[in-house]
Design a protein around this ligand. Structure first.
Ligand code: ZN
Length: 193
Protein backbone atom coordinates (compact mmCIF):
# COMPACT_ATOMS: atom_id res chain seq x y z
CA UNK A 1 0.00 0.00 0.00
CA UNK A 2 1.27 3.46 -0.89
CA UNK A 3 -0.14 6.98 -1.31
CA UNK A 4 -0.92 7.89 -4.92
CA UNK A 5 -0.41 11.43 -6.13
CA UNK A 6 -2.29 13.85 -8.35
CA UNK A 7 -3.22 13.33 -11.22
CA UNK A 8 -3.60 9.55 -10.65
CA UNK A 9 -7.04 8.55 -12.04
CA UNK A 10 -8.12 6.69 -8.87
CA UNK A 11 -8.26 10.10 -7.16
CA UNK A 12 -11.13 10.94 -9.54
CA UNK A 13 -13.00 7.69 -8.91
CA UNK A 14 -16.36 7.83 -7.13
CA UNK A 15 -16.15 5.09 -4.50
CA UNK A 16 -18.87 2.61 -3.59
CA UNK A 17 -20.13 1.74 -0.08
CA UNK A 18 -18.54 -1.23 1.67
CA UNK A 19 -20.77 -4.22 2.33
CA UNK A 20 -19.03 -5.86 5.27
CA UNK A 21 -16.37 -5.45 7.93
CA UNK A 22 -13.88 -8.29 8.18
CA UNK A 23 -10.22 -9.05 8.86
CA UNK A 24 -9.22 -7.85 5.39
CA UNK A 25 -10.83 -4.46 5.99
CA UNK A 26 -9.27 -4.15 9.46
CA UNK A 27 -5.85 -4.82 7.92
CA UNK A 28 -6.47 -2.12 5.28
CA UNK A 29 -7.41 0.36 8.00
CA UNK A 30 -4.29 -0.44 10.05
CA UNK A 31 -2.08 0.12 6.99
CA UNK A 32 -3.86 3.37 6.13
CA UNK A 33 -3.37 4.71 9.66
CA UNK A 34 0.30 3.75 9.57
CA UNK A 35 0.79 5.52 6.23
CA UNK A 36 -1.10 8.61 7.40
CA UNK A 37 1.10 9.00 10.50
CA UNK A 38 4.32 8.17 8.63
CA UNK A 39 3.53 10.99 6.18
CA UNK A 40 2.48 13.44 8.92
CA UNK A 41 -1.09 13.58 7.66
CA UNK A 42 -4.26 14.20 9.67
CA UNK A 43 -6.61 12.32 7.34
CA UNK A 44 -6.49 9.74 4.56
CA UNK A 45 -9.17 8.41 2.22
CA UNK A 46 -9.15 4.96 0.59
CA UNK A 47 -8.87 6.52 -2.91
CA UNK A 48 -5.49 7.91 -1.86
CA UNK A 49 -4.12 4.40 -1.41
CA UNK A 50 -5.65 3.26 -4.71
CA UNK A 51 -8.71 1.53 -3.21
CA UNK A 52 -12.28 2.19 -4.48
CA UNK A 53 -14.04 2.05 -1.08
CA UNK A 54 -15.96 4.56 1.03
CA UNK A 55 -13.52 4.51 3.92
CA UNK A 56 -11.58 7.29 5.65
CA UNK A 57 -9.23 7.52 8.63
CA UNK A 58 -8.67 10.76 10.53
CA UNK A 59 -6.73 12.12 13.47
CA UNK A 60 -6.78 15.94 13.53
CA UNK A 61 -3.99 15.95 16.14
CA UNK A 62 -1.70 14.07 13.72
CA UNK A 63 -0.31 12.32 16.80
CA UNK A 64 -0.67 8.50 16.93
CA UNK A 65 -0.54 8.73 20.75
CA UNK A 66 -3.75 10.81 20.82
CA UNK A 67 -6.06 7.83 20.34
CA UNK A 68 -9.31 9.61 21.22
CA UNK A 69 -8.95 11.78 18.09
CA UNK A 70 -8.23 8.79 15.86
CA UNK A 71 -11.31 7.60 13.99
CA UNK A 72 -12.18 5.22 11.20
CA UNK A 73 -15.33 6.09 9.28
CA UNK A 74 -16.89 3.50 6.99
CA UNK A 75 -19.47 4.67 4.42
CA UNK A 76 -19.46 8.22 5.88
CA UNK A 77 -22.25 10.61 4.94
CA UNK A 78 -22.62 14.28 5.73
CA UNK A 79 -26.27 14.63 6.73
CA UNK A 80 -26.34 18.37 7.42
CA UNK A 81 -23.95 21.30 7.33
CA UNK A 82 -24.04 24.84 8.69
CA UNK A 83 -22.06 28.08 8.52
CA UNK A 84 -18.95 28.85 6.53
CA UNK A 85 -15.26 29.01 7.38
CA UNK A 86 -12.06 29.43 5.41
CA UNK A 87 -8.72 27.83 6.25
CA UNK A 88 -5.59 26.59 4.51
CA UNK A 89 -5.65 22.98 3.34
CA UNK A 90 -3.12 20.55 1.98
CA UNK A 91 -3.31 16.92 0.87
CA UNK A 92 -0.95 13.95 0.96
CA UNK A 93 -1.80 13.33 -2.72
CA UNK A 94 -0.76 16.90 -3.59
CA UNK A 95 2.49 17.24 -1.63
CA UNK A 96 3.74 20.74 -0.72
CA UNK A 97 0.65 22.48 -2.12
CA UNK A 98 -1.44 24.58 0.27
CA UNK A 99 -4.34 26.93 -0.38
CA UNK A 100 -7.33 28.44 1.45
CA UNK A 101 -10.61 26.52 1.10
CA UNK A 102 -14.07 27.70 2.15
CA UNK A 103 -16.30 25.00 3.66
CA UNK A 104 -19.26 24.67 6.03
CA UNK A 105 -18.14 25.20 9.63
CA UNK A 106 -20.27 22.52 11.28
CA UNK A 107 -21.48 19.18 9.99
CA UNK A 108 -23.53 16.22 11.15
CA UNK A 109 -21.70 13.06 10.12
CA UNK A 110 -23.16 9.59 9.95
CA UNK A 111 -20.89 6.57 9.46
CA UNK A 112 -20.06 3.07 10.67
CA UNK A 113 -17.07 2.38 12.89
CA UNK A 114 -14.85 -0.70 12.70
CA UNK A 115 -17.10 -2.64 15.08
CA UNK A 116 -20.03 -2.09 12.70
CA UNK A 117 -21.80 0.38 14.99
CA UNK A 118 -23.54 3.32 13.35
CA UNK A 119 -22.38 6.68 14.71
CA UNK A 120 -23.95 10.10 14.17
CA UNK A 121 -21.77 12.99 15.27
CA UNK A 122 -22.02 16.74 15.24
CA UNK A 123 -18.54 18.10 14.60
CA UNK A 124 -16.97 21.48 13.91
CA UNK A 125 -13.65 23.29 13.51
CA UNK A 126 -10.61 21.45 12.16
CA UNK A 127 -12.28 18.08 12.72
CA UNK A 128 -15.21 19.03 10.45
CA UNK A 129 -12.79 20.38 7.83
CA UNK A 130 -10.71 17.19 7.75
CA UNK A 131 -13.79 14.96 7.50
CA UNK A 132 -15.25 17.07 4.66
CA UNK A 133 -11.91 17.00 2.80
CA UNK A 134 -11.72 13.19 3.14
CA UNK A 135 -15.38 12.63 2.20
CA UNK A 136 -14.75 14.73 -0.93
CA UNK A 137 -12.00 12.25 -1.90
CA UNK A 138 -14.58 9.42 -1.88
CA UNK A 139 -16.52 11.30 -4.58
CA UNK A 140 -13.39 11.95 -6.62
CA UNK A 141 -13.21 15.59 -5.50
CA UNK A 142 -9.91 17.26 -4.54
CA UNK A 143 -9.46 20.43 -2.49
CA UNK A 144 -8.02 22.15 -5.58
CA UNK A 145 -11.51 21.84 -7.14
CA UNK A 146 -12.82 24.17 -4.43
CA UNK A 147 -10.37 27.04 -4.87
CA UNK A 148 -11.14 30.55 -6.08
CA UNK A 149 -9.76 31.22 -9.59
CA UNK A 150 -6.95 33.39 -8.18
CA UNK A 151 -5.92 30.80 -5.58
CA UNK A 152 -5.96 28.12 -8.27
CA UNK A 153 -3.77 30.30 -10.47
CA UNK A 154 -1.26 30.63 -7.63
CA UNK A 155 -0.67 26.85 -7.53
CA UNK A 156 -0.87 26.24 -11.29
CA UNK A 157 2.87 25.67 -11.69
CA UNK A 158 3.01 23.23 -8.78
CA UNK A 159 0.16 21.22 -10.35
CA UNK A 160 1.94 21.22 -13.72
CA UNK A 161 5.06 19.88 -11.97
CA UNK A 162 3.05 16.99 -10.45
CA UNK A 163 1.47 16.24 -13.85
CA UNK A 164 4.93 16.08 -15.41
CA UNK A 165 6.20 13.78 -12.64
CA UNK A 166 3.15 11.52 -13.15
CA UNK A 167 3.63 11.18 -16.91
CA UNK A 168 7.34 10.52 -16.37
CA UNK A 169 6.54 7.73 -13.89
CA UNK A 170 4.04 6.30 -16.35
CA UNK A 171 6.59 6.31 -19.17
CA UNK A 172 8.97 4.44 -16.89
CA UNK A 173 6.26 1.81 -16.36
CA UNK A 174 5.75 2.65 -12.66
CA UNK A 175 2.05 3.47 -13.15
CA UNK A 176 -0.33 1.29 -15.26
CA UNK A 177 -2.41 2.79 -18.08
CA UNK A 178 -5.99 4.04 -17.46
CA UNK A 179 -7.61 0.85 -18.77
CA UNK A 180 -5.65 -1.36 -16.37
CA UNK A 181 -6.30 0.96 -13.44
CA UNK A 182 -10.06 0.92 -14.17
CA UNK A 183 -10.10 -2.88 -14.52
CA UNK A 184 -8.36 -3.28 -11.15
CA UNK A 185 -10.81 -0.91 -9.43
CA UNK A 186 -13.77 -2.85 -10.85
CA UNK A 187 -12.27 -6.10 -9.57
CA UNK A 188 -11.75 -4.64 -6.07
CA UNK A 189 -15.29 -3.25 -6.07
CA UNK A 190 -16.78 -6.58 -7.03
CA UNK A 191 -15.08 -8.15 -4.03
CA UNK A 192 -16.31 -5.71 -1.36
CA UNK A 193 -19.06 -3.35 -2.51
ZN1 ZN B 1 -6.56 14.89 0.58
Amino acid sequence: MHIIKYPHPTLRHRSKPLRRIDGGLRKMVAEMLELMYANKGIGLAANQVDLPYRLIVVNPSGDPAVKDEEHVFINPEILRSKGSAEDREGCLSLPDIYAPVKRPEKIVLSAYDLSGREVTWEIDGLYARVVQHECDHLDGVLFIDRLTPSNLLAIKQALADLELEFSGNRQRGLIPDDVRIAARLTELETART
